[in-house]
Design a protein. Structure first.
Length: 94
């Protein structure tokens, strides 16, 4: 996984990986519905937890990430799953 703009996703060289506490599949949803659903799920989670969001490539990922960051969430990592989808790990702030 590549790290997000908020800092390292894991301690490099430690072999540590990020394990999501929950997963939300937003494949096929358009903006702003995907951002709203992700935000609602994150609001239900505890500080420090990670949500894995599965979403489509293109406008969806380009709009959703800045929206979540503007709400105070941190994108800890993102990984391209295939040609059309991404997994984005979003951290709930402490």
């Amino acid at each position: 996984m590549t790290q997000g703009a908020g800092g390292p996703a894991a301690n490099p060289g430690s072999g540590a990986t990020l394990t999501p506490d929950d997963t939300l599949d937003l494949t096929g949803l358009c903006c702003p519905e995907n951002s709203m659903r992700a935000s609602l799920r994150l609001d239900e989670m505890e500080p420090g937890q990670l949500l894995a969001v599965i979403c489509d490539d293109g406008e969806t990922i380009e709009v959703m990430i800045p929206n979540l960051e503007a709400e105070g969430y941190t994108v800890a990592a993102r990984e391209r799953l295939d040609e059309d989808r991404w997994q984005v790990l979003v951290a709930v702030p402490d």
